[in-house]
Design a protein around this ligand. Structure first.
Ligand code: B12
Ligand code: SF4
Length: 419
């Protein structure tokens, strides 16, 4: 069948290569389908590009990747679904094939987004197996569903190599983008505020991941972000991945996200030898404070020892948090002095998260706010907030160690590169 895959993500702080499309295209292609890609990230005239693309060919389905709902930070928030809605309306002017939606953003509120964007079918989670099922059902005239769950269709066939020539990497790299690679899917943990919580875990074959990296390095790319929810979900996997990377001696550097457990000095040393240069550590005040401090202190110590930059994304202001408690965290970060600490004290509440229902049950809508007068309906950007910006500013005293999320539009790898 002829499949169109569209990337409507035009946010460029930084631009993100639509790796989902590359993996999906590879899998569809390997399964005997034809795939064309319309990447609108750098389009100067969306309508013209859409018209030209859909005039060239008639497609059996149009798959659209919905990566982000919004920036998920309160200050200078950008709500992307409105723009995606406009793009999909334009697409529908020039093509009448079924529109299939999927992606991380989509999966956060599947039915709501499917209705809002006017899609025909939505896929929750990984799209590889689900898309093949949809194609088969469409061929046999058996589509009697609007949503399917991609996690139900297995992982063993996940592609490790991707048709890089489908996307113009150079435009992304020139605009501070970097390449990504996915090693592991899912996260079994249950952090109440996180969209990635409680997802089946699947680790890709390390040899195949190394092969994927080698291919990209051969093409001249050397800067990567590991696109896993957290790098250290399974300790033995991280160790084996690093060991293989060290053995291959690939000329590259990489950044990753890590959670506050399943690490030790050996792992940080191996990561450094495998050319990891940046760890972003998610820290929240839901965990026990003393336990948090002890673990962060160690990761910070080992990162410094092995020359890896440590960026901390600090999420606070949960129900029950107090200013004196926040102050102890600020003092602690000052004392250990990581490379940078991003402060986020507006907690994005999504419709289907347990944190949202528990806040509504216990406090009602008292502390629920939305930027730009959006409705506080948990579909549009909706946040829980306890602290005023000025109070937190008073605690940080303009110390450049601390960055208030949303004011500078950049991410940790850019902050670290900027020095
Ligand atoms: C790594 C990462 C980053 C890196 C990316 C580096 C790089 N060069 O790729 C950096 C740090 C740059 C980044 C930036 C941002 N990120 Co980010 N990021 C991630 C993370 C951890 C992995 C994304 C990824 O690439 N996964 C691997 C790919 C292969 O998986 P995938 O995209 O999900 O695709 C699969 C499925 O979703 C599905 N699928 C996808 N598209 C489609 C389409 C169809 C038709 C179908 C059927 C299926 C399908 O199939 C795919 C293959 O299995 C995710 C969380 C997560 N675990 O996914 C957050 C995440 C996507 N990011 C998020 C956000 C908010 C951002 C920022 C807006 C942050 C900010 N304020 O600046 C920016 C946006 C930048 C941009 N231009 O879009 C949010 C989105 C939340 C939301 N609902 O809106 C997430 C979910 C994190 C979170 N829990 O809040 N990010
Ligand atoms: S915050 Fe990290 S560890 Fe917790 S559920 Fe999300 S991805 Fe998993």
């Amino acid at each position: 069948m002829q499949i169109a895959l569209v990337n409507p993500n035009r946010y460029k702080k930084p631009p993100v290569i639509p790796m989902a499309i590359e993996y999906l295209a590879t899998h569809l292609w390997e399964s005997g389908h034809e795939v064309s890609v319309l990447d609108l990230c750098f389009s100067e005239n969306v309508e013209n590009d859409v018209r030209r693309f859909f005039r060239r060919e008639k497609y059996d389905i149009i798959g659209i990747t919905i990566r982000n709902v919004d920036t998920t930070v309160y200050f200078n928030n950008q709500f992307f679904l409105k723009e995606y809605n406009e793009i999909i309306s334009i697409i529908k002017k020039y093509a009448s094939s079924p529109v299939i939606l999927g992606g991380q953003g989509f999966s956060s509120m599947p039915m709501e987004i499917l209705n809002y964007l006017g899609g025909d079918i939505g896929v929750i989670g990984p799209g590889e197996g689900a898309l093949l099922k949809i194609l088969k059902d469409l061929e046999q005239g058996q589509v009697n569903y609007r949503l399917i769950n991609g996690w139900d269709y297995g992982f063993e066939w996940l592609p490790h190599n991707r048709r890089g020539e489908l996307i113009d990497y150079d435009k992304y790299l020139k605009n501070c983008g970097i390449l990504g690679i996915e090693l592991q899917k899912g996260c079994p943990r249950k952090c109440a505020y996180c969209l990635e919580r409680e997802k089946p875990y699947w680790a890709k074959n390390i040899s195949l991941c190394i092969e994927e990296l080698s291919c990209l390095v051969k093409k001249g790319y050397n800067h990567f972000h590991i696109c896993d929810s957290e790098f250290n979900i399974r300790y033995s996997y991280c160790v084996n991945f690093c060991k293989r990377l060290i053995k291959e001696k690939l000329p590259l550097k990489w950044a990753c996200y890590m959670k506050l457990d399943l690490f030790n000095e050996d792992l940080i040393k191996l990561m450094s030898e495998a050319k990891c240069y940046l760890i972003t550590l998610n820290v929240d005040t839901l965990e026990d404070r003393e336990k948090n401090f002890a673990v962060i202190r160690k990761i910070n110590e080992y990162s410094k020892k092995y020359n890896i930059k440590l960026a901390i994304d600090f999420l606070f202001g949960f129900p029950g948090d107090s200013l004196p408690q926040v102050e102890t965290y600020i003092q602690f970060f000052r004392e250990i002095c990581p490379k940078v600490v991003g402060l986020n004290f507006y907690i994005r509440l999504f419709k289907h998260l347990p944190l949202t229902s528990s806040i509504l049950q216990n406090e009602g809508k008292n502390r629920i706010v939305s930027p730009d007068n959006y409705e506080t309906d948990f579909f549009h950007p909706t946040f829980y907030n306890r602290f005023h910006l000025d109070c937190i500013k008073r605690l940080t005293c303009d110390d450049p160690l601390f960055r208030f999320e949303g004011f500078e539009k950049n991410v940790n790898y850019q902050r670290v590169q900027a020095g």
